[in-house]
Design a protein around this ligand. Sequence first.
Ligand code: NSS
Length: 432
Amino acid sequence: MSPFTSVSSLLRSPVSDGQVSLRGWIYRTRSSGKIVFAVVRDSTGIIQVTIKKGNLPDEQFQEAVSASIESSVEVTGTMHQDGRAPGGYEVRASSFKVVGPALPFPITEYQSEELLLDNRHLWIRSREQTAVMKVKATLLAGAREWLAENEFTEVTPPIFTQNACEGGVTLFKLKYFDREAYLSQSAQMYLESLIFSLEKVYSITPSFRAEKSRTPRHLTEYWHMELEEAWVDNDGNMKIQEELVSAMVAKVLKERREELELLKRDIEPLKAVVPPFKRLRYSDMIELLKKKGFDIEFGADLGAVEERAITEEEVAPVFVTNFPKECKAFYMKEDPEDPRTYKCADLLAPFGFGEVIGGSERETDLNKILQRLEAAGIPEDPYRWYLDLRRYGSVPHSGFGLGVERIAKWVCNLEHIRDAIPYPRTVARVYP
Ligand code: NSS
């Protein structure tokens, strides 16, 4: 067993007067003559260590005096209650060792966003970034738990593809030996093919979009959780979404209170994330937006500004259903009750966060798909295999794609999506 105890377990069950050992990185340090106060950080929290001359060999005391921020250290000592220390306890060191010294850390308290992004490999050590990564991991764990309970099989679709699932504009093209290929925008079509063996499938993969616009909610590389379900219509698809998202948020509320607090995230509204979510028709949305003074007509896509107006007074996510065909992709099922529209839904997160999921029932009528491809001038050839799915035992089916960073941005209440991913890729940045 490791002789080292994590900071959070030390603070959870303090061993008063007994010996403890911990290791981590120096988060803050100050010294005044005969005593050094070093706050040590590990992956679980921070704790104050006091190193007093006379309590340990002199050369160790000197090491503590000169140990700089972000040096890695090992400490042994005894725990004592101290109301002034973070967490209410301090460790009085009887031994102190620098494992890896640190040069002067390039990140100090107030830094420009650019400098933080250039030093992303160092900035990800910050407590905020650590908290976001933990919340994100818990969101994914919550999703995987729910998916296993509901008998979805995880599959591994390709990333190199010749299909433009979400339109040509945002494709990353690349040379694939002597051919042309793209980086995947969505696993959807491959997932559609996999329901014929597995019925209910999901994948969590990177998706790539050559988004030229700089917005606080677009990355060029993001993590995409996609589900596809045989024998499910658009209503059933929405039920799956609201249950899945609620389970993800519930797990975070159960396991990540400290991180949410550190991020100053008010948890009360998150408690309202329970099924069912509100369902609003796109056409009603347009009327509502007009009343709010928007100059908008049926047929216009909803952008960030419209989504904000729709969701700013909501506490829980809302579905917007029945988008006009011109706003959406060719693979969606026409709604027989309103053939101007598709049986589809976007899920918008509340408080103006906007779209976190795009989903639909899929068109099963081969001729309709062929007509739409032709009308859009999309060559059929790369889609031959996809069209086959409608020829061999096609079934009603639906699916959706959830933007993992979009959900994390909302749950952590972040201003910018780049803080929901350790190494954000945007039009302006692929380093580090
Ligand atoms: O384009 S989507 O709305 N839909 C699809 O890709 C479908 N083919 C998914 C499916 O049915 N299997 O993207 C889905 C979600 C969207 O709601 C966002 O949450 C997220 O993917 N998304 C993004 N996140 C971050 N950055 C960018 N650029 C981005 N684009 C979409």
